[in-house]
Design a protein around this ligand. Structure first.
Ligand SMILES: [Fe+2]
Ligand SMILES: [Fe+2]
Length: 257
């Protein structure tokens, strides 16, 4: 059994009502403290993008401070979102100079029991998403060359299907057919995990579960819930994913009051 948590869209630095990012920081700290207090049951924690709201150095420094010392506890695996900035992300989260690189930030993590392919679906300067030909080739290569016969998770910020949320559907991942074709070649991909939509949602994609993490900073409202696209009063939440020995993924959602 492999158990991991997923949080998303903390948007550090989001200046809500002139608070200078205090509210976003408090929510992110609350969620990380909640996860860190769990008694040693998690094998990993995923953070699926929109870590920073503007991609400034200060926002990534705040993230590192909130994430704390990760030498102890489960590894924290991240991917960028549309609000992140690749150069700053590389500099602060990967320890790379990053100034001379603008290509996608893709990372593979081969943990005992599962492989996580953290894909960069952002398009610099835009809110919608796409996987470049280079990212798709990288993904195909990593899945093909992995000598271990363990389940894999494809993790990216932008959901590749409509979620019936007009606000999000207009900025989802486009050209998803190439990802469908890729997943059809790799049956050991157990699920696709996303953020971006600021709502706990579950559907299917290429015959696999597609789970969308709830947002930390806000919640996207459904068309029948009102006219405002985002709710800032609902509390943050996380997903707990359980992959059992039959490779069945079960997801529980928990609100953090
Ligand atoms: Fe977001
Ligand atoms: Fe986003």
């Amino acid at each position: 059994m492999f158990v991991f948590a997923q949080l998303s869209d903390i948007h550090l630095g989001q200046n809500r009502a002139g608070d200078g990012g205090a509210r976003a920081g408090e929510r992110a700290r609350r969620v990380m403290r909640f996860l860190d207090r769990l008694p040693g049951c998690l094998d990993a924690v995923l953070m699926t993008g929109d870590i920073a709201d503007h991609g400034t150095d200060e926002e990534y420094k705040e993230f590192l401070a909130i994430a704390g010392d990760r030498d102890e506890g489960p590894p924290l695996l991240t991917c960028p979102g549309n609000h992140d900035v690749r150069a700053a992300y590389r500099r602060h989260l990967l320890g790379e100079d990053g100034a001379d690189r603008s290509d996608a930030v893709n990372q593979v993590h081969r943990l005992p029991g599962a492989t996580f392919l953290m894909c960069d679906s952002s398009i610099p300067g835009r809110d919608d998403g796409a996987l470049t030909a280079e990212t798709l080739a990288w993904l195909d290569r990593e899945l093909t060359d992995d000598p271990r016969d363990v389940p894999a998770f494809v993790v990216l910020h932008h959901p590749p299907v409509p979620l019936h949320l007009p606000y999000v559907d207009g900025i989802r991942l486009t050209d998803e057919r190439s990802l469908v074709a890729l997943l059809e070649r790799h049956p050991r991909v157990a699920a696709v995990l996303c953020g971006h939509a600021h709502t706990a949602a579950a559907t299917t994609f290429a015959g696999r579960p597609l789970v969308v993490s709830p947002g930390t900073v806000s919640t996207c409202t459904l068309p029948w819930e009102g006219d405002e696209p985002l709710d800032y009063d609902l509390p943050p939440a996380v997903a707990f994913h359980v992959l059992d020995d039959d490779n069945r993924l079960t997801t529980h959602f928990r609100v953090i009051p």
